[in-house]
Design a binder for this molecule. Structure first.
Ligand SMILES: [Zn+2]
Length: 417
């Protein structure tokens, strides 16, 4: 199983200049690969990444600048060109109109990748660590998320963002054999499994009565609007425009990072807390409940939430199952009778059996039942819904999730992310 972890990096001014130099040498290598590919004839060792790697010895003789960078990383840059080439032909096959691969300007080429060797993650303690890169040196990183012990690091990419910030991204792989086993399906029950309603008012609502708030990003969005207005007043292409463009990019990045961090914490909590997590299938959910405009934005956030949930489920040995979303809100979790419910009605009150509860709690209960059905488990018929619904349901603020890394009220189970 392959996945990646990304961290903020803090090279010193001197190191940053060294990395920038390396990136530029790699950019020239990329452009030179493109040049040789475009002008080659059949006799040349060109045409595939593998063959093209053999050209590197000649390159180094001819252009000593290529000896200044790590040779495996240089191979990786040649490979990058061929990957782009194959992506392009893929697009073409899918009917897109595509041109040629372009020469890369410094602005378009901002990262290098060390593959297999020439790097080491060192001095991991608490939230700090250093990344050693051959021919570059040691770069401090903010190690906010641990790399699992059984994962192996396949490659490391260091990148300078348009905001001027540095990031490193570790490409990780964990052998299937090293992944924890999922519990026996028959061992799943209402105490160790959870249904989740992807909410509108709350971010999520669980079948055991937790509702977790969405992040309040009001201040951030206000700031973004203000800086975007400022940008629109600057003369396009001027120094001030460039400066302001950076400011806007920084705020956007800040928002993105905050959301991602939040989703990491929530999903880690879910897969550690439960043996099975059931969520609604987004394709239907989105169409049913959101206006068109709000939908795509929210959809993208939920999609990533589920992607994170699924990959962490593998790492922690938890079932994650997507269930049919149609009717989860209308259907009564107690008797199954459907009642239309406008979006502003926040209570579920069943005209047929009289069952009453919060609208989202009812939906989450339905998701749980459908999850059990999906795994071939029956819903114990003699268990009235009331007994599994918590009487002391509580709402957890986003602030709490950020501070403790978990919406759980029990500090002992709070996860450090
Ligand atoms: Zn009912």
């Amino acid at each position: 199983m392959e996945y990646s972890h990304r961290y903020h990096a803090y090279p010193t001014q001197e190191l940053a200049e060294t990395v920038e130099y390396h990136i530029d040498v790699h950019r020239q290598a990329y452009n030179f690969t493109r040049y040789e590919y475009t002008n080659h004839n059949d006799a040349d060792d060109v045409g595939s990444a593998y063959k093209h790697h053999d050209r590197l010895t000649d390159w180094k003789d001819e252009f000593p600048v290529f000896t200044k960078v790590h040779s495996k990383a240089l191979q990786r840059t040649v490979t990058r060109f061929y990957q782009n080439l194959s992506n392009l032909s893929q697009k073409k096959q899918n009917g897109h109109k595509v041109g040629m691969l372009k020469w890369k300007s410094p602005r378009e080429f901002q990262s290098i990748t060390y593959s297999q060797s020439g790097f080491e993650l060192k001095n991991t303690s608490g939230r700090r660590a250093t990344l050693w890169l051959s021919k570059i040196g040691e770069i401090p990183i903010r190690y906010h998320r641990e790399i699992p012990a059984e994962a192996s690091i396949k490659e490391v990419t260091i990148k300078k963002e348009t905001t001027g910030e540095w990031f490193v991204s570790f490409g990780l792989e964990t052998d299937e054999a090293d992944l924890p086993e999922k519990p026996d399906v028959d061992a799943l029950n209402m105490n160790n499994s959870v249904g989740i309603d992807l909410g509108i008012l709350n971010y999520i609502h669980t079948s055991d009565g937790n509702s977790v708030d969405w992040l309040d990003l009001g201040d951030e969005y206000e700031q973004l609007r203000r800086e975007q207005r400022n940008l629109s007043r600057k003369e396009h292409g001027s120094n001030n425009y460039e400066k302001q463009r950076l400011t806007v990019a920084k705020i956007k990045r800040h928002i993105r990072r905050k959301v991602l961090d939040y989703q990491h914490k929530l999903t880690t909590w879910l897969v550690r807390e439960y043996d099975a997590v059931f969520v609604e299938d987004l394709d239907v959910k989105g169409m049913l409940e959101q206006s068109h405009n709000a939908r795509s934005k929210q959809d993208a956030a939920w999609r990533r939430f589920i992607t994170l949930l699924e990959y962490k489920a593998e790492l922690y040995g938890t079932y994650v199952v997507q269930v049919e979303a149609r009717g989860t809100t209308k259907e009564c979790a107690s008797c199954g009778v459907e009642t239309a419910k406008p979006i502003w009605v926040r209570e579920h009150s069943c005209p047929s059996c009289g069952f009453e509860c919060d609208r989202d709690a009812n939906a989450a209960m339905n998701v749980l039942q459908r999850g059990f059905a999906e795994l071939g488990l029956g819903w114990p018929e003699n268990t009235p819904v009331e007994t599994v619904l918590p009487t002391d349901s509580h709402s957890v603020s986003a602030k709490r999730v950020i501070e403790t890394g978990s919406p759980s009220l029990n500090e002992a189970t709070a996860v450090a992310e």
